[in-house]
Every structure is written in C-alpha cells, then in structure tokens.
Design a protein around this ligand. Structure first.
Ligand code: G3I
Ligand code: 9MR
Length: 547
C-alpha cells in the first residue's frame, strides 16, 4: 500500500507519500469523499531502503494546499489511508499526547469527567516509601520511611525513574518555553484546567513535585528511582500493592534532576503568585544537586541485588554535567556555570535518556539574546546547525525520505525519529532553512504512518492505529481501546521480548521488527520520554508548519 502520514499536514507543509517501486509512476491525490482528483503528478525514481528491504518511490505533493480530506492513489497498488490538509491539523494530537501524562499519573484517581472510559481508582500513593539498603545514609538508614507521592508512571510499568523523568519533563517545559502562546489557552481536560497555569505546566508540576521528594535534603544527592523490587503484574494501579523503595543515589540522576529543576525554576518564575517560593526552592534544589554531583562525579547506577526493574544505567556523565551547567547558567545568571559546561568540548547529538548534551544547546539557543557576555553565540548556533545539517543530509539521501537509518532503530526508535525532528526544528528556529522544517516534518510523518509497518504509532490517531501497547492500564482495564495519545516504542531488531512473543515478529529487519501486541515491551511499550518529543514536535509544526 501507499504510506502516508495518517493525520495529515498543514496547508503549506512539505507533503510526501511513499509508494512501492512496482506502483505506476503516475500518482493522484483524490478527495476522500468525492474521489475528485485534487493533485496529479509523478513519483520519483525507485530507491532501496535497507532498513525494511523495500524498494520505494517518493511522491511529493506539497503543492496541494487546499484544505480537505484526501487519499493518495496510483495504479497497481492499494491507495493510502486518508489524511487531512488544514491549519492546526495537530491540535488534537498534541492535546492527546499531553493528556497521556495525566493518564499515567501515580497516586491519584482518574475520574470519569477527565478520563472518560479510562477512569480508574488511585494506585501507588507512595506516601510511605522505604529507603533501600543501597540508598542508606547516616541520616536515613535502611528502612527509613519517606513520602514521595505524585509523579508519572514511567511507561507501561508503574515505577518512577529520575533519569527518564528529567529529559521528559524538560522537553515539556521546553515546548512551553518555545511556544507559550500555543499552550497558553489550550485545555486538555485535566483537573487543573482553568486555573492560572497553562495545562502543560500543571502537568509538568505533577512530576516536578515528585522529583523534589527524590532529593535527600541532607546532602543534595538524588535517588535513581522509586520502585518495586520487581515489576507489578498486569493489573490496574489500585491492584498493585507491592512495597516501594527509593534506590541508590547516582550522578546521572542527580544531574538530570539539577538540569530539570533549574529549567523549571525559570519557566515557573512568572507564576510566583500562584506558586509562592517554588521557583527559588527549585533553583536551590538544583544547586544542591549540582554540588553533590561535583563531589560524587562518577557514581554509576546499576540495579542492586534483588532489584530487577528498569535500570536506566548510564556510565558517562559529561553530557549530564554539560546540560545541568547550561540550565544553571541560564537560570541563575552565574557565569561560573557557563565555564563549568566546558562548551568547547561539548558537541550536539540527538537526545535520548542516556545522552542529554543537546538539551544544553537547545536552551542556550533559545535564550541566546539574553545570555551574558561569556556565552559564545556563534558556537551555540554552529553546534545546532552541524547536527541539523547531518540529519537533513540523511533525509535528502533516504529512499524513504526520512532521517532515520541504521543505528537509529533502537528500543524506543519512534522517539529517535521525533527527537531528530526536534533538533531539526531548533536549527530552523535559528536560521530558517526550509530543508530543516521539511526534514522535521518527515519525522512526524514517519511515526504517523509513513513507515514500513504502515501503522500510525500514536494510540487513537490514524486509520491504522496501534491497538495493543504494552501499557498495564490499557491491558488490564477491560476497555477495548488503549488509553489514547501514547506513542508506541517502535521497530528495532533487538527483539528482546521474543521469548514472551513467541513467533510473532514478521521480520528480522529493523524497520519491520514491530508487533502490535501487548506482549512486546521491546517494540510496543509506551514511555514518558517517548511522548515528550511528540508533544514538542506536534506543537512546533502546528505553529511553524503553515508558514
Ligand atoms: O549501550 C548499548 C550499546 O553499547 C550497544 O551497542 C547497543 C546494541 O544493542 O545496546 C545498547 O544498550 C541498549 C540500552 O537500552 C541503551 O540504549 C540495550 O540494548 C537496550 O536493551 C536498552 O533498552 C532500554 C530498555 O529499557 C531495557 O533496559 C531502553 O533504552 C529504555 O528506554 C527501556 O526503558 C524501560 C525501563 O527500563 C522500564 N520502564 C519501561 C521503559 C520503556 O521500555
Ligand atoms: O513490563 C515491563 C516493561 O515495563 C519493561 O520495559 C520490560 C523490560 O525491562 O520488562 C517488562 O516486564 C517483563 C519482564 O521484563 C519479563 N517478563 C514479562 C514482563 C512483562 O509482562
């Protein structure tokens, strides 16, 4: 079949469909209701995409700007799913992608007025959590009870991990910092909707309040995670009663915390009246975490004996140091933090939970006009442009018309596509090169259906949508539809769950290694760090895509 973004495009966006090489080169875009031809043209030459073993052609129908509902067709092949062309085409997608965080809130009931058929009882109050042996200190010996409520469940499991919370929360804060007007009045029907804060900040706050409890007030260090000893069964949150622990402090968790709190302190500063003292408290927490990390610069987290939940183990800390230093510099105004970042030694790469260095460049670029004299604006722009240029070159050379290739197909590959888009958008914001916007569009197209599996990977969106994500509430709630607004992890050749998904993978090729089955935690789980760039990119393309 012909593959296309199943949600659609802004009128002036770059618009591409992927056709099997065997299809006729004559391509039409037809009105989905009347069948009238709205655009006619030719597909490009056939090219091989090693990642899926396909030979495909691209049809560029960007010239079609008239709002409507369409399909792409060509002789000799099934037509595409339907899609829309209109301004604000990602508004609902963006709302749902943010609402997914509400659905993953720990420690609260979701009532029917906000959660509809996905209403559920409260689980994991985390008001009495034990300090694990690995986290014991003089002031807080093993077994000390602390309160560590709120926060989001990480993913399809019910644990809460600081390393992954950092990049996720930051990305939401960055979306708001870059596009405040887009989010200002946007309502996602969460309990806080209508208060003085935009919903995206209320949602971020739910997790930030939890994160604050993960810092040991005696030394500034931050626990890696709040977790059961082993994963909960496939049950609703209120049915999961296992003892919970905070586990070992680590350098990565502490620096991710510092960076996120420093960011939050400046983003929330205008809301001093609603949140008295919070901004200053967050900056103090960030500085205390930074000091702990300076004194403990290489504490690698590994699951202690007896703990088998997600690890988020990361053994390199240069990127976390750089990111925390950059955010502390911007938020505190102290030049010493810029020097501590060692900018000349820090490159940019596509962000993910274990590599956060680009987040430093994103924030520096956004604030470039108000930074003190020590900041090297030329370097900031160059770092972002160098990365974007490399991604755009891949996009240009790709048979599928996407930057995704080879090593990008990891656990959570769909978020790689969107984080690539997020970085391309940073460069577009700096220098307005149209290719960067178009390559960013390709990443969103990819997760919404222009990929080798033909799925739209966001629950609730697209004609051929994911129905069975590895997400405990979606699996246990007896509701046929999954909780909406979640991005599935996506294809990759690792197939680490094939023991639990016997014989189900259709292919060993990376871009086809995906199963829409809830057995597949390696290809079909959801996670807060994967949804965050979906929130960012859908907002940015709604704002920038029509221009
Ligand atoms: O670092 C190695 C690299 O050196 C090697 O070349 C490469 C080859 O496969 O593997 C790399 O390690 C990978 C690691 O992520 C770091 O990227 C592992 O293969 C891969 O299995 C591992 O996947 C992680 C997965 O947990 C399993 O630990 C995902 O990134 C991570 O997103 C995922 O996170 C889980 C949490 O643990 C628990 N909660 C759900 C969440 C989402 O599935
Ligand atoms: O549900 C767990 C998921 O959140 C993790 O990402 C994944 C990898 O650590 O593990 C899942 O739990 C599975 C466990 O690892 C193996 N037995 C089946 C579990 C899922 O039902």
């Amino acid at each position: 079949a012909i593959r296309v973004n199943q949600v659609g495009f802004a009128p002036l966006a770059h618009k591409v469909a992927v056709l099997p090489a065997g299809a006729s080169g004559e391509v039409e875009v037809i009105d989905a209701a009347s069948g009238a031809v709205a655009w006619r043209g030719r597909a490009g030459p056939a090219g091989a995409w090693r990642e899926s073993g396909e030979s495909v052609r691209l049809a560029d129908f960007s010239a079609l700007a008239r709002p409507g509902e369409y399909r792409v067709r060509a002789a000799g092949v099934a037509p595409s799913e339907r899609f829309a062309v209109r301004a604000g085409v990602y508004a609902e997608l963006n709302r749902a992608a943010l609402k997914a965080y509400y659905f993953n809130r720990s420690g609260t009931a979701l009532d029917a007025s906000h959660a509809g058929v996905h209403a559920r009882a409260a689980g994991h109050p985390d008001t009495r959590v034990l300090v694990h042996a690995s986290a014991a200190s003089k002031e807080r010996p093993e077994g000390t009870v602390i309160a560590s409520a709120k926060g989001w469940y990480d993913a399809g499991d019910y644990n809460k991990y600081i390393v992954n919370s950092g990049i996720s929360t930051y990305t939401l804060l960055a979306a708001f910092e870059h596009y405040p007007d887009y989010f200002a009045r946007k309502r996602s029907a969460i309990p806080e909707s209508g208060n003085a804060l935009p919903d995206i900040l209320d949602e971020a706050l739910w997790n930030l309040e939890w994160m604050l409890t993960m810092q040991d007030p005696h030394d500034g260090g931050v626990y890696n995670k709040l977790t059961n000893l082993r994963f909960d069964g496939i049950v609703m949150p209120d049915q999961a009663g296992a003892e919970r622990y905070v586990v070992q402090k680590g350098t990565a968790a502490t620096l991710d915390f510092a960076a996120t709190m420093a960011t939050a302190s400046r983003v929330l500063k205008p809301y001093e009246r609603q949140l008295p003292g919070l901004s200053a408290k967050m900056l103090r927490a960030a500085e205390a975490a930074w000091e702990w990390a300076r004194a403990n610069p290489a504490v690698v987290f590994r699951n202690p004996a007896g703990v088998v939940t997600g690890e988020y183990g990361d053994a390199t800390f240069d990127d976390e140091f750089a990111w925390a230093a950059a955010e502390l510099y911007i938020s505190s105004g102290k030049d010493s933090y810029y020097a501590a970042m060692r900018p000349a030694a820090v490159t940019a790469s596509v962000p993910q939970w274990a590599d956060v260095r680009a987040l430093a460049w994103i924030s520096l670029a956004h604030h470039r006009n108000s930074l003190s004299a020590v900041a090297d604006r030329t370097l900031i722009a160059a770092r972002i442009d160098t990365l974007a240029a490399a991604l755009a070159a891949r996009w240009r050379a790709s048979a599928y018309g996407v930057p995704m290739q080879g090593d990008d197909f990891v656990w959570g590959s769909n978020a790689v596509a969107l984080n690539q888009s997020m970085m391309l958008l940073q460069a577009y914001r700096l220098n307005g090169k149209r290719d960067y916007l178009d390559a960013a569009q390709a990443g969103l197209d990819y997760v919404l259906g222009r990929n080798a599996t033909g799925y739209s990977f966001v629950t609730g969106f697209g004609a051929r949508q994911v129905m069975h994500p590895h997400h405990r509430p979606s699996m246990a709630d007896q509701v046929a539809a999954p909780v909406p607004g979640f991005l599935a992890g996506g294809p990759h050749a690792g197939q680490q769950d094939k023991g639990d998904c016997k014989g189900q993978y259709p292919s060993a090729l990376p871009a086809l290694s995906y199963i829409d089955d809830d057995c597949s935690y390696a290809s079909n789980e959801v996670a807060i760090n994967w949804n965050a760039p979906l929130v960012y990119v859908s907002a940015a393309l709604d704002v920038l895509g029509g221009t």
